[in-house]
Design a protein. Structure first.
Length: 92
């Protein structure tokens, strides 16, 4: 090596590569100990609202089928209760 010239690594020895998954585990530990929000609150709120709306729409679809099966013109609380019991798999 000539005087005044440094190795390409900046004078440091290269560290051996880390085992597979080490960096991922380090990130998991960091996120588990932090209290910061990882997803924007508005996006999470929108997703939760959409899931609740889809659940309610499905319940009313089942309720409407129950009312039609009972030959009723309107849905009634008993139809909602029946739809919930059927969807949960409860017995009578």
């Amino acid at each position: 090596m000539q005087l005044g010239k440094r190795p390409a690594t900046g004078g440091r020895e290269e560290t051996p590569p880390l085992p597979t998954g080490t960096v991922a585990l380090r990130e998991i530990r960091r996120y588990q100990t932090s209290t910061e929000l990882h997803h924007p609150q508005v996006a999470f709120q929108r997703t939760a609202s959409e899931a609740a709306r889809l659940n309610l729409v499905g319940l009313f679809e089942d309720t409407n089928c129950d009312a039609i099966h009972a030959k009723e013109g309107d849905i009634m609380p008993k139809d909602i209760q029946l739809a919930r019991r059927i969807s949960r798999g409860e017995r009578a």
